[in-house]
Design a protein around this ligand. Sequence first.
Ligand SMILES: C[S@@+](CC[C@H](N)C(=O)[O-])C[C@H]1O[C@@H](n2cnc3c(N)ncnc32)[C@H](O)[C@@H]1O
Length: 278
Amino acid sequence: MSLAGRCYYALGRTRIGHNLLRAVVASLRRRGVMRAFHIPYDALRMDHTAVRELMRLWRRIHWDAGDMMPAEQLLAIYELAVTWPVDGDVVELGAWTGLTTSYLAAACRARGKGHVYAVDTFKGSHEALDHYISVERFGGDTLSAFRQRIAAAGVGGQIDVLVGLTSEMVHAYRGVAIRVLFIDADHSYEGVRRDFELWSPLVAPGGLIIFHDYVGAPGVTKFVDAEVSSNGDYESAPGHVVENVFAVTKKTDNPRAVDRTALRALEPHRVQATVRVS
Ligand SMILES: C[S@@+](CC[C@H](N)C(=O)[O-])C[C@H]1O[C@@H](n2cnc3c(N)ncnc32)[C@H](O)[C@@H]1O
């Protein structure tokens, strides 16, 4: 970590310093200076290894008007992915231009293990999310923007991409049991239900399922509140982490905790749909 980073981290450990830094950085961000400053202030809670990875990435990835994930939510997801105490791979459903993918991959790198499988058609969605940016801006397909960003982030070695519908790519998944499943693709009730039902059997016991747009997309809110929070196979912890981020844990005594049959059944479908991005 740079000297500036160390000072920042040390000062931020005190309540006064933390509040002061948050105010200063928020003000710098408003003035558009954050790109030069490069230190995500919410990282103050994390350990040094995690923060080092985060800072390295922060310097490399430039925020783009097409990004949909505010910094606080991005960092919350990164922190969960770094600290979640279960082994396995990370699966992201809905990768867009690779912002969250980069942070999930950086989390694997900070942990020294695990791999990210990013699943997307890269054709965008037909959803009425207010902040949704048209795929036309990227020439009808975000895969090259995704590749560029992953390359800029330097995390390609941690990522495989499955290009296609999440409902089909579940058959091409070749990773191990999933430690973090991040659901951020089709935000309709039916879409999120389908993704949950198809992919959750591959989540490891104690593994985490993160739903994005819990507040922003009515279909996600309805599904999580009606079908997940009260589901006896899952702990509703950590729960509502921040703004649009809601996460549950697969119970370790869940009789369907590891669906190894499902994992084995997927074996023959390996490879074809997987694209290396490094
Ligand atoms: C909200 S964006 C993902 C944003 C990304 N996680 C981030 O924060 O940077 C949703 C993505 O899901 C993809 N998508 C939507 N429905 C899908 C489906 N059924 N199968 C595969 N990808 C889908 C879209 O192409 C789009 O890139």
